[in-house]
Structure formats: structure tokens, C-alpha cells
Design a protein around this ligand. Structure first.
Ligand SMILES: [Zn+2]
Length: 134
């Protein structure tokens, strides 16, 4: 049913690449503007949990920045996929990600179907992790 092949044209990929690069530059600019951002970018960004937590405010600050760092990483991975030619293909089921979805989220790694499944699994994991307080 989902095989209306609408492969991305080179021009479309170039356009999305530009969006990815601009977005990456924007995030880097934001992070540069912040002390914590510099710390995060200087360090290996995979060890966010190891950062010392000073205060509640700082925690929120770091948390906000770590979302940016994660997004930045996804953008870089998307640009890598442009390089190796796998851009626009779902890494889960190998179906093409719709152009509409890529225009909305150029760094999307999964097609909408897989994304929804993964989100549901993540949501369940989160629920299990944080027992409701009462
Ligand atoms: Zn998929």
C-alpha cells in the first residue's frame, strides 16, 4: 500500500541539506552562548549523565541544552546519511520516509509508522521508570 515511490530528487536533498546545516549552525550558536553548552560540546556529549549537577536551575538549564545537543547529533547523523546515500530511508523498515515528513523534520530517521511505534515503546518505558507519586 505504501509503495508510491517518490524518491527525493537531488534538488530536494540539497534543499534539506541546507536546512540541516542552517539548523545545526543555529543550535551551535545557541549552545555557544551558554556556559553549559560550551561544557557539553567540549566534552564527549554522550556522557550527559556524568555532569555534576549543581542546583535545580542548573539542572533545568543543562536539560534544555542536552535536548539541543541531542538534536545537533541527529542533524549530524542525517548529514552523514546524505553522504552515504541512505538519507530519506527509514532505518527501521527500509521504506522511504515521505517527503512531507522530511520537509517537516529533515533529520527524521524513521518513517511515520516506525516513529509512532518507537514513541509508544519509549512512552511505556518512561511510565515504568517514573512511578506515579501520590
Ligand atoms: Zn519505518
Amino acid at each position: 500500500m505504501a509503495t508510491l515511490t517518490q524518491s527525493l530528487t537531488k534538488a530536494q536533498i540539497r534543499k534539506l541539506m541546507k536546512i540541516l546545516q542552517d539548523k545545526a549552525a543555529e543550535i551551535r550558536g545557541n549552545l555557544d552562548a551558554s556556559r553549559a553548552g560550551r561544557a557539553l560540546i567540549g566534552e564527549q556529549t554522550s556522557n550527559l549523565e556524568d555532569l555534576p549537577v549543581q542546583s535545580h536551575e542548573e539542572w533545568i538549564f543543562l536539560n534544555r541544552n542536552s535536548i539541543d545537543v541531542m538534536l545537533l547529533r541527529e542533524i549530524h547523523e542525517a548529514l552523514d546519511r546524505v553522504e552515504d546515500g541512505s538519507f530519506g530511508t527509514c532505518s527501521e523498515c527500509d521504506e522511504e520516509i515521505s517527503t512531507k515528513r522530511l520537509n517537516a523534520i529533515p533529520w527524521a530517521r524513521h518513517c511515520i509508522g516506525c516513529q509512532e511505534e518507537l514513541a509508544a515503546i519509549e512512552e511505556e518505558a518512561k511510565m515504568a521508570e517514573t512511578p506515579r507519586k501520590r
